[in-house]
Design a protein around this ligand. Structure first.
Ligand code: SF4
Length: 328
């Protein structure tokens, strides 16, 4: 089902004259790692070292690969253009093609006349065909160009939906092509427009409405629970593409101006057990913006985004709730 672009990988390895290759990929693709390693060895003669640690996004490029390997092959995510291009790194986009005809027919009655088309890198290859099928049925499609954190038109990251907001004023709804609710949820929260999901894995078309309301209720509760907290842990990620240390310092100063206290905690991998030793009343994450939104139920204490902290401190109203994003 997946095309790992093995010829591109082999050409890259040969051009770099690499003897050892570090392979990095997200959890969903790791089951293909051994087969891929065998194939790379047989076609290029280079051995592979598989990076077994979790990898959540292109923000998470392994920085230590030179200790084991000559080059890094990072599979399953696009390059983030605004991040410094690392030497000897190849990004391999893994895309899934499908026949959209049946799902397009199901989606059309749920869409408005002007629709923003959004997707992830895995499905961006299907965009031209879906746009042409929708337009032949009288739906006008808008595919926005994101900022410098985004590689392809219409592409979303969990932390950056600028390709959706770029066309927000032109459209009455969005059509997301891909599986899961992680990416379209951001668009539903940030734009307040109807988001329809065309999911080729589940082979279904669905609307996102109810999930958005549930998440917003959870966020409201986390903000309310933090109202009287006097000491906040401010999380900074040491991952290259998530590091927002200057924002953490701004938050620290903001807390102090309001007579509260903050402590900066630097982590590579954020999780409930890592935060257990710190006796703070709540945490604010400057790491991946989705930590607070998607994982909050795993944490015994409130986990806020920087924007939610502004609401706690009275610097922003709930009605002006915005999504935390990392812009390029
Ligand atoms: S910061 Fe989070 S949402 Fe953004 S690319 Fe990294 S893992 Fe994905």
């Amino acid at each position: 089902m997946y095309d790992f672009h093995i010829d591109t990988i082999v050409t890259f390895i040969k051009r770099r004259n690499a003897k050892v290759v570090a392979l990095q990929m997200p959890e969903g693709l790791k089951r293909h790692a051994l087969k891929l390693s065998d194939e790379i060895f047989s076609k290029s003669g280079a051995r592979c070292v598989i990076i077994g640690d979790p990898c959540y996004g292109a923000c998470d490029l392994n920085r230590d690969f030179r200790r084991y390997a000559d080059v890094l092959v990072h599979i399953g995510h696009t390059r983030i253009p605004s991040m410094d291009a690392a030497d000897n790194v190849l990004h391999v986009e893994v895309q899934i093609e499908f026949d959209p005809t049946e799902l397009v027919a199901k989606a059309v009655p749920l869409l408005g006349n002007n629709v923003g088309i959004i997707t992830t890198v895995q499905h961006s290859v299907n965009l031209p065909r879906i746009v042409s099928e929708l337009e032949s049925r009288g739906v006008k499609c808008f595919v926005g160009k994101g900022d410098d954190r985004i590689c392809h038109p219409g592409q979303l990251l969990g932390c950056n939906i600028t390709s959706a907001t770029a066309v927000e004023h032109d459209v009455d709804s969005y059509l997301f092509i891909g599986s899961g609710n992680f990416h379209p949820l951001s668009v539903a929260i940030e734009t307040s427009k109807k988001v329809i999901v065309m999911d080729p894995v589940m082979n279904e078309v669905r609307e996102l409405g109810e999930l958005k309301d549930r998440i917003l209720r959870q966020r409201h509760a986390a903000i309310a629970r933090s109202a009287d907290v006097m000491r906040f842990g401010i999380i900074v990620s040491s991952k290259t593409g998530q590091d927002r240390y200057p924002l953490a310092m701004d938050i620290l100063e903001r807390l102090e101006r309001k007579g509260r206290k903050g402590d900066i905690i630097v982590l590579e991998e954020v999780g409930p057990e890592r935060l257990m030793p710190f006796d703070c009343g709540a945490f604010v994450s400057t790491a991946c913006p989705r930590l607070a939104i998607d994982d909050s139920m795993r944490y015994p204490k409130p986990m806020l985004t920087p924007i939610e902290l502004e609401i706690v401190l009275g610097d922003r109203k709930w009605d002006d709730y915005r999504l935390d994003m990392i812009l390029g």
